[in-house]
Design a protein around this ligand. Structure first.
Ligand code: CAO
Length: 550
């Protein structure tokens, strides 16, 4: 038995963050098992185990910033590799050299002169661009060819993207010039020396010659970009050994997954955008892919939300004083429900302004009676009543879409939820059979449920069975908002603050009490006409409350 120290290999310069430590002390790992996942601003990369063994100690932790040579961990391995192994530089051991080492390697590019080719004309040179030393002996798959014959490229532009199960990397153009031919295609297995393309470019040596300066007057910046090289040594620009191509490890910014997972996804023909990641910061793990494939096989994938990249954790204390307070259980639950609804339902929100001047007059007249009854008649019971009648008249809104999308379930009862803000979080108690209750009953029941909610006395049954929800921020303010649908309901009404506004009555502007309202609806279940008719009807009821009797 021997000890082996695994270190961070050459990452092409710069520090990277440790975003995941995949092993713990005592774990037995196989060769190639991922040990840690590192991430720079451009890529995430896995560092695999150089050989099978047992993890004796781990020297880095998640969130740390590391660079080449930093010790990752110590492995107990078979044989007598001996402790002095630990002193060896990492690249030879750490496979991700596949991803990182290329930065330190040189291309096999050849100038036209080295191949005995004629310069194309007036200082133009041709060069065959080959895959540099990328570490993987067996070759790496070409997953993208970014150029076509005739393309103009700038130095550093990506020519091809290669991807192994450890990393993806771009091979950049060594020159600015024109692609004469492309010798590689997607699916090819590229290794050191594989020809990528032939480029025609203006050599800097040629540009420095007087006759070439005439030939390429439009590109003076090219020589200006490299004054040091030209001044100290004009020759190197034409020497193949000086042509350096530095592949860069990349990731696709819109999906957060390691190269192994990407490769597996391609093998399955899956778009990673379809998956939700359960790894740190939403990273898609191999297990997520496996579960997704299982779900697909079981026909369960229809409800899956699209993957979105996670919002990074930030240490805000670096900017000033902070106070960290744990979120309540209700807050977490609400957040999860809101997020689930938001990402699963295509929301459309319609806005309107309803003239409720007469409703308000009527309500004011009832104030005294309300006091006698011990009930405060706010606009809410009128909204409930109008919604109930509108739901009765437009049954598509009083419905739910089945989970598989195969059917609509129409409800014959009318239960409406009211969003209630409490110190612990948002809750939505449900008033049953709203269509059968009087305004006084609705006023009393909504006040009672709101109080119960604030006292945390609601039972689960009080919050179930809703068909539609009203979220009223009217007492707070605002001109309109887009409420999130309380799925599996298909619509929700948002109520903002009443304001007196001038309205044109045909001959003059008159002051009217205008209530801003909004309706968010699930566009899978309702189309714009369904929702528009429902909402317009509801507005008409609120404008002329006598119509509630019809
Ligand atoms: N415009 C102007 N004033 C309004 C109004 C509106 N749209 N709606 C209510 N008001 C007035 C009421 O008439 C009442 O006035 P008075 O005190 O002068 O009588 C005052 O605002 C307070 O009303 P209320 O809030 O006590 O009663 P309500 O029936 O309007 O609402 C309830 C009850 C439970 C919905 C409310 O207390 C509540 O919790 N609202 C928050 C809803 C919420 O959090 N929504 C979440 C949005 S999505 O995150």
């Amino acid at each position: 038995m021997a000890k082996e120290t695994v270190k961070i290999p050459d990452l092409g310069g710069g520090d990277v963050d440790v975003i995941e430590v995949c092993v713990k002390v005592g774990d037995v790992v196989a060769k190639e098992d991922s040990l840690v996942v590192l991430e720079s601003d451009k890529a995430s990369m896995e560092i695999p185990s150089p050989q099978a063994g047992k993890v004796l100690s781990i020297s880095i932790k998640e969130g740390a910033t590391v660079s080449e040579g930093d010790v990752i961990l110590e492995l107990e391995v078979e044989g007598d590799t001996a402790a002095d192994n630990s002193e060896e530089p990492a690249p030879a051991k750490a496979e991700p050299a596949e991803a990182a080492a290329p930065v330190a390697t040189e291309t096999e590019t050849e100038t036209a002169s080295s191949k005995g080719e004629k310069p194309a004309s007036g200082g133009l040179k041709r060069e065959t661009i080959k895959v540099p030393d990328i570490g993987g002996g067996d070759g790496i798959e070409v997953i993208e060819v970014c150029i076509a014959e005739g393309d103009e490229v700038s130095e550093g532009d990506s020519l091809v993207v290669l991807e192994s199960d450890k990393a993806s990397m771009e091979i950049p153009s060594p020159h600015s010039g024109k692609i004469v031919s492309v010798a590689i295609k997607v699916g090819d297995n590229a290794k050191q020396g594989t020809v990528i393309a032939e480029i025609e470019y203006q050599s800097s040596a040629a540009q420095s010659a007087p006759e070439d300066a005439v030939a390429a007057p439009e590109k003076p910046a090219q020589t200006a970009e490299k004054p040091a090289a030209a001044a100290s040594s004009p020759a190197p620009a034409t020497k193949p050994s000086e042509q350096r191509v530095a592949p860069t490890v990349v990731s696709h910014a819109d999906v957060y997954a390691g190269p192994a997972v990407r490769k597996l996804a391609r093998e399955f023909g899956l778009e990673l955008e379809q998956l939700s990641g359960t790894g740190p910061r939403g990273r898609i793990l191999k297990e997520d892919l496996q579960q997704y494939v299982k779900d697909l096989a079981a026909g369960k994938s229809s409800g899956k939300a699209a993957t979105i990249s996670a919002i990074p954790d930030i240490d805000f204390s670096q900017f000033g004083e902070i106070d960290v307070q744990a979120t309540t259980k209700l807050h977490k639950l609400t957040a999860a429900n809101m997020h689930r609804s938001w990402v699963n339902l295509p929301h459309v929100t319609q806005f309107d302004e309803v003239d409720i001047s007469e409703l308000e007059d009527f309500r004011a007249n009832l104030k005294k009676e309300g006091e006698q009854r011990g009930v405060k008649l706010t606009p809410l019971p009128f909204l409930l009543k109008a919604a109930a009648l509108a739901l009765r008249n437009y049954p598509k809104v009083n419905a739910s879409l089945s989970g598989d999308g195969e059917s609509m379930i129409f409800k014959k009862y009318i239960n409406i939820g009211i969003a209630v803000d409490t110190p612990a979080g948002l809750v939505v108690p449900v008033i049953r059979d709203v269509d059968k209750k009087s305004l006084w009953e609705l006023a009393a029941e909504s006040a009672e449920l709101a109080q119960k909610a604030k006292d945390r006395k609601l039972k689960p049954a009080d919050m179930q069975g809703g068909c539609f929800t009203i979220s009223s921020l009217g007492s707070i303010g605002g001109m309109g908002f887009t409420p999130i649908i309380n799925a599996p309901e298909v619509a929700i009404m948002g109520v903002s603050k009443l304001a007196v506004k001038p309205q044109w009555n045909g001959s003059e502007f008159i002051p009217r009490k205008m209530l801003p309202v909004s309706l968010s609806y699930d566009h899978r279940a309702l189309n714009g006409v369904d929702a528009g008719q429902f909402f317009t009807f509801m507005g008409e009821l609120l404008t002329d409350i006598r119509r509630l009797l019809l």
